[in-house]
Ligand binder design. Sequence first.
Ligand code: RP5
Length: 164
Amino acid sequence: MKKVAIIMGSDSDLPVVSKAADTLKEFGVPFELHIYSAHRTPVEAKEFSENAKDNGFGCIIAAAGMAAHLAGAIAANTTLPVIGIPMKSKYLDGIDALLSTVQMPSGIPVATVAIDGAVNAALLSIEILAVSDETLAQKLMAKRKADTQKVLEKNAAAEKQFNN
Ligand code: RP5
């Protein structure tokens, strides 16, 4: 199976981004996690993305906050799909990172999830790998069904409490 790369701009992103790692673990998807910054360690970020395909990766998740150009900078150096996670920061609540990540000019796409959307980033990366992996696709379907069942159980409890 191809690996997923989780790259983040700073260790301060780790508490949120570790949820992506947890989700990949839940699905048994192999991954690597690295702290590479587009501006603090630009050489390492470039080298990683240039070699990611040859190194067995199928998708890259890139999380960054503030003037968040990490996902775009990584996408510039690979044709692997890149999923950007805009990180919430203390000044602009993540709107800065959201716009920096989502507003990629034509030619270099970044699939952007919600602010701090680490779980969905992981799920999207799994969906990408599952296009050519039927076992993984079935695991995704099983998870959807289990999540649906949980909501239906909550609905039944709420209906019982509030409806005549
Ligand atoms: C970005 O700047 C990082 O992704 C992080 O979200 C933000 C702040 O980084 P630190 O100053 O906390 O290292 O590059």
